[in-house]
Design a protein around this ligand. Structure first.
Ligand code: SDX
Length: 393
């Protein structure tokens, strides 16, 4: 009878291997509740629909970091703190300028975030105060870094932040150099709320794993950005838009999807490890896309038509029987395009929005820290004889 060695103990059957840690609970959290069967998402008890409808990104950041909504004085103080951290040190601006035209924006964002500690001189009373302040610094500066990346990529100069604008509006101002219209600022604010937090997704888990060694917050967030970049995760928003351009016209959609599925290719923006029904965030984004469609240019209208076609086809083919439905990344592209945001900075913008979720989970995990160290099941040989190289054939 074969026996298996696990932690030095003889076992009679092979241990269960949960590939991708699927279905494995590794901690408790009070930040996000995701109901993948009924398509519900709550941040600290508030439904994503109520936050998208009523809140702002700043207020949602306060909620995710503190676990409760702020009073008006607390929100005013928090927003002022966000604004105080917006501007970038000259050294970071130089670094971004140097990198922006030679690499992809996610790499420049990751590098700029990891360089921030070199320009921090604040002293804090205690670790809690330091973790909170550094979180706000990362959340605030990541938006400014992305605006700077895009400006330098297009051969333009850095635009300093505008303290009279909220977080989302200021991002559009730093991107374009002119105050954005109300509607665009509101839509971007909602998009940032929708992307702010989502439990122990791959990038949040990566940040927590890095933090569990008692490394620092900037290293943990840099790790999170690295994980988000992949097209199976945050990179899907740009990949989904590229797919729409590849489809080209609504009448090509069915054939494109058939060919992709028969070639075992993934349709970007669909499917989810947790949601086996419509991602509630995708529903909200689709509503804004339908709103934008009327006053959008011909390109956005065409992209939206392809998306509605793809959605119908995918739900018919894979929705009911395989639980593959639109996710948060599917409708985002055309919405961002209509806000004047280029596809190359979709995923960096996802990272900037998600930075609050990463920071909040790292701080929460540190309160009951346990080094993350899972097992892999060794299937190789043991006790092989070491042959001198002269005898190896
Ligand atoms: C995000 O975790 C989070 O919370 C993430 C996120 C967040 O806010 O942090 O919600 C953000 O990352 C959303 C997901 C963005 N990614 C994509 O849109 C990329 C395309 N989707 C997939 O590759 C896939 O759906 C995943 C990776 C998202 C989830 O896949 P799982 O849970 O690992 O499922 P799987 O790969 O095992 O697929 C199961 C079956 C397979 O078919 P069979 O081999 O069983 O025949 O479903 C098929 C897959 O081929 N499938 C798809 C598909 N997704 C799954 N087939 C076609 N197109 C797809 N998109």
């Amino acid at each position: 009878m074969a026996s298996y060695l696990l932690l030095g103990k003889e076992m009679q059957e092979k241990p269960t291997i949960n590939l991708g840690l699927e279905g494995v609970y590794f901690s408790e959290s009070r930040i996000a509740m995701i109901d993948g069967i009924n398509g519900r998402l709550y941040y600290c008890g508030y439904s994503i629909a109520s936050l998208a409808e009523n809140s702002t990104y700043e207020e949602t950041c306060y909620l995710i970091l503190h676990g409760r909504l702020p009073t008006s004085e607390e929100l005013e103080k928090f927003s002022a703190m966000m604004k105080s951290f917006r501007d970038l040190p000259d050294g970071i601006i130089r670094l971004i300028k140097e990198m922006a035209r030679n690499t992809v924006p996610m790499d420049t964002l990751r590098t700029a975030i990891s360089a921030l500690p070199a320009y921090q001189s604040n002293k804090y009373e205690n670790p809690e105060e330091e973790n909170f302040a550094e979180s706000v610094n990362i959340i605030s500066k990541s938006a400014s870094i992305i605006a700077a990346i895009e400006r330098f990529r297009n051969g333009q100069d850095y635009i300093k932040p505008n303290a009279s604008l909220g977080h989302a509006a200021n991002f559009l101002y730093m991107l374009k150099g002119s105050p954005p219209d109300e509607k665009h600022s509101k839509i971007l604010d909602v998009m940032m709320i929708l992307h702010a937090e989502h439990g122990s997704n791959a990038s949040t888990f990566t940040s927590i794993a890095a933090a569990s060694t008692l490394s620092d917050l900037y290293s943990a967030i840099t790790a999170g950005i690295s994980a988000l970049k992949g097209p199976l995760h945050g990179g899907a928003d740009e990949a989904a838009l590229r797919m729409l351009y590849a489809i080209g016209k609504p009448e090509n959609t069915a054939k494109y999807i058939d060919d992709a599925l028969s070639g075992k290719k993934r349709i970007m923006g669909f499917g989810h490890r947790i949601y086996k029904t419509y991602d509630p965030r995708a529903r909200i984004i689709k509503k804004y896309l339908e709103e934008l469609e009327n006053d959008a240019n011909g390109e956005v209208r065409k992209l939206a038509k392809i998306e509605m076609e793809a959605e119908k086809i995918m739900i018919d083919k894979l929705g009911k029987q395989k639980g593959i439905w639109p996710n948060v990344d599917f409708f985002s592209g055309p919405v961002y395009i209509s806000l004047g945001i280029s596809k190359e900075i979709f995923t960096p913008l996802f990272a900037a929005s998600r930075s609050v979720g990463w920071c909040a989970h790292v701080i929460e995990y540190w309160k009951n820290n346990r080094l993350i160290r899972p097992l892999d099941y060794y299937t190789g040989s043991i006790d092989l004889e070491y042959l001198p190289i002269s005898e190896r054939r």
